[in-house]
Design a binder for this molecule. Structure first.
Ligand SMILES: *Cc1c(COP(=O)(O)O)cnc(C)c1O
Length: 391
């Protein structure tokens, strides 16, 4: 079956009991046992819940894995994967990983004796050189945030394998509709289901998907032992969102491409970061790795400084000023002041996050309306702030 058919039919209805085309939300926390000590499919809902199982089944299918696990948030899913590590282990991570992953690695895992090397994973020689004998896991993200850097997942998988390490890929930005890292050789795929999978800015969740049965069993053990599972109501919402995932991401990508092309022509815009543009450094890899579309996230450099960029992001009406991404409503944000504010200025500069870099999450609104919204905000921003005196 094709991706979008599986998105609707795997792990879903009809409900065996009632014939309902939508599976029920199972709220029970405990299940009657037929006899003392007799094993059943479900006994306690931290260990397993039918609504959560339905979501896990469809995600395993969409990511070409054998098993998925649903967590209370994307961060809980990442932590679930990092708990595979032991004191003394080393992690190689992409330099442009999600800020929360950076924090978890450096401030929560490091005190547990796990050290991290950050490296530009788009530079395969540098990536290879970052591995040590102790490296157990590599963690990458493509497209990266907020400059939409593209990492060659298949090449990274080969390198990680040669070093005997797992490759984990945060696939939140691309979604399985556009990129399936397990097919490219990755060992673990992770999602913040809060973004495109849910798709409507109304549910927090995280997913891990793997192929290897032993790895799946270990992750399940850790999840059950630590308890960061996704609740039944939230599992239902994520599963509902997934039914329209492919349609949403393809349409949102189409609009993002049109906006990227329009932005590239705007005189006040110094540069546009969108992997669908031929001059993007990752364009060729993205064409190979992404399935017919380049995603709906982009960023651009405003020629004015930070203060003008502030006026710009506060002037849009359809693009709402907020962090997060991946939903039907378009969002705008200023990484230097918002999503990446916790980075020190030095590492912001190292990541190419300038003060006037603006990030867009393109939603499902009409392209013309979004373009007009930006156009009006550009007019409000241009020349709104006196340039600092240079005397
Ligand atoms: C949001 C996000 C996360 C964290 O997910 P939460 O659901 O917020 O915990 C991780 N990675 C990426 C790329 C994200 O965008």
């Amino acid at each position: 079956m094709q991706f979008r058919t599986r998105a609707i039919h795997v792990g879903g209805g009809p409900d065996r009991e009632t014939g309902a085309v939508v599976p029920p939300i199972h709220v029970a926390t405990t299940y009657v046992q037929p006899a003392a000590g007799e094993e059943t499919a479900y006994d306690y809902s931290r260990s397993g819940n039918p609504t959560r199982s339905g979501l896990e089944e469809v995600m395993a299918s969409l990511e070409s894995g054998t098993r998925a696990l649903a967590y209370a948030s994307g961060m809980a899913a990442i932590h679930g994967a990092l708990m595979l590590l032991e004191p003394g282990d080393h992690v190689v991570a992409g330099a442009d990983i999600y800020g929360g992953t950076y924090r978890l690695l450096h401030h929560v895992m490091a005190p547990c004796g796990i050290d991290v090397t950050l490296v530009d994973a788009a530079d395969l020689d540098a990536f290879d050189a970052a591995f040590k004998d102790r490296t157990r896991m590599a963690w990458i993200e493509s497209p990266g945030n907020p400059r939409m850097t593209i990492t060659d997942i298949a090449a990274c998988a080969r390198i990680a394998k040669a070093h005997g390490a797992w490759l984990a890929v945060d696939n939140t930005f691309a979604t399985p509709a556009l990129t399936r890292p397990l097919e490219l050789g990755a060992d673990i795929v992770m999602h913040s289901a809060t973004k495109y999978l849910g798709g409507h800015s109304d549910v927090l969740g995280g997913i891990l998907v793997v192929r290897d049965a032993e790895l799946a069993e270990r992750l399940y053990y850790l999840q059950n032992a630590t308890g960061g599972v996704l609740g039944p109501f939230d599992s239902f919402l994520v599963a509902r969102g997934i039914k329209t995932l492919e349609l949403r991401i393809r349409e949102q990508s189409r609009t993002a491409m049109a906006l990227a092309q329009w932005l590239a022509e705007c005189p006040q815009v110094a540069s546009v970061n969108y992997p669908g543009l031929p001059d993007h450094p990752g364009h060729e890899v993205a064409r190979r790795q992404m399935d017919g579309a380049f995603g709906a996230m982009l960023s651009f450099e405003w020629r004015g400084g930070l203060e003008e960029a502030r006026v710009l992001v506060e002037s849009t009406r359809l693009f709402q000023l907020a962090v997060s991404l991946g939903a039907v409503e378009s969002l705008i944000e200023l990484p230097a002041a918002m999503s990446h504010a916790s980075y020190d200025p030095e590492s912001r500069r190292a990541h190419g996050i300038t003060d006037s870099l603006i990030r867009l999450s393109v939603g499902l609104e009409a392209f013309e309306d979004l373009r007009e919204d930006l156009s009006a905000a550009f007019e409000a921003a241009a020349g709104s702030v006196e340039p600092p005196s240079t005397k």
